[in-house]
Design a protein around this ligand. Structure first.
Ligand code: CA
Length: 227
């Protein structure tokens, strides 16, 4: 089933679109908060995102720009306010794929959405070839990591963990989520595994592993990678 994310804070419109899209056979997650919607879009692959502009906590333009900055290429259909041409142009410039001006016919949204899904293959997250932070350069194609220009010996799991962190930089990631997504474990029993691997990454890639600057512990929650 095609799963969609709707980030929209108007309950009436959310209800209308939920009815329409589920009737059409789509699986739909809805969220009324910009920041929470952004976090969800970073965390899970969706076939497409329907994104309102005026949202609490983080507006739709920022959500769109930040997703693209993280290499997340999920097609985005923006919902703009009536007559705001500036909004439309800005939305497309920030990386939205299409826009629809409110109020719109629900069937028009359906048509635009289908066109988007036809155009875009469902490649959820693309990363640039190389990513730099501090004295570290990651080459994703070559599966190489350099620290102060020196090649670092890194296990396949550590590399996956690095890739996962870079895709979600700036976000707090609970240990159990790392276990589920990087290791494929469902249970919460082995969170120690995550700690051990984080310790190894710090030893290899931090100037001072005891005072990490990039691979941070968020007490009681998990970890966060920052550039
Ligand atoms: Ca709104």
């Amino acid at each position: 089933m095609t799963n969609l994310l709707l980030i929209e804070d108007e309950p009436g419109l959310t209800l209308t679109l939920t009815d329409l899209l589920t009737t059409e056979g789509y699986q739909l997650e809805t969220i009324a908060d910009g920041a929470a919607g952004f976090a969800l879009a970073c965390d899970k692959p969706f076939a497409a995102i329907i994104l309102d502009v005026n949202l609490p906590n983080m507006n739709g333009f920022d959500v769109c720009r930040e997703l693209r900055a993280r290499g997340i290429r999920t097609p985005i259909l923006m919902l703009t306010a009536r007559g705001q041409l500036v909004d439309k142009v800005l939305g497309l410039k920030l990386g939205a794929d299409d826009y629809l001006t409110k109020p719109f016919e629900p069937l028009e949204l359906l048509a635009r959405l289908e066109a988007l899904l036809r155009r875009a293959p469902a490649t959820a997250i693309e990363l640039p070839d190389t990513f730099r932070f501090g004295a570290i350069v990651i080459n994703f194609n070559a599966t190489e990591v350099r620290f102060h220009h020196q090649l670092v010996e890194i296990s396949a799991r550590e590399f996956e963990l690095l890739r996962y962190f870079v895709q979600r930089r700036g976000l707090t990631i609970p240990r159990r989520q790392l276990l589920r997504d990087v290791w494929g474990y469902d249970e919460e029993a082995l969170t120690r595994t995550v700690d051990v691997h984080l310790g190894a990454l710090r030893q290899k890639l931090e100037e001072d592993a005891k005072n990490p600057r990039h691979f941070l512990t968020v007490r009681g929650l998990g970890y966060k990678f920052v550039e």
